[in-house]
Write a protein that binds this ligand. Structure first.
Ligand SMILES: [Cu+2]
Length: 101
């Protein structure tokens, strides 16, 4: 019985991927490149005193976190697919490269 409980605990824990934190600060994604696995999550933080956004038009991982006010976290889950770029719709010079392994 104890063994069964341990196995089911291990199985449920392994379903969760790693979380990667990307900060938006100084109109820059920090870091500007991350390496992730499908099932991992990316937490976008906003440390600037104004709103940001993060989106990609990638066909496998398309998302748009919408308007992100200062101090608010937005979390997305990475799906299987190719590497993709994330931009901020408000500041077109912001760029994040997501490498999928
Ligand atoms: Cu921005």
């Amino acid at each position: 019985m104890k063994q069964i409980l341990l196995i089911s605990l291990f199985t449920s824990l392994s379903l969760f991927g790693a979380n990667h934190i990307v900060n938006q600060k100084g109109k820059t994604f920090i870091p500007h490149e991350i390496t992730v696995h499908p099932g991992d999550t990316i937490t976008f933080k906003n440390s600037d005193p104004f709103a940001h956004n993060a989106y990609t038009d990638d066909e496998d991982n398309e998302f748009d976190i919408g308007m992100q006010p200062t101090g608010e976290d937005k979390i997305i889950t990475v799906k299987p697919g190719n590497n993709f770029s994330v931009e901020c719709a408000i500041h077109p010079n912001m760029l994040l490269e997501v490498i999928i392994k």
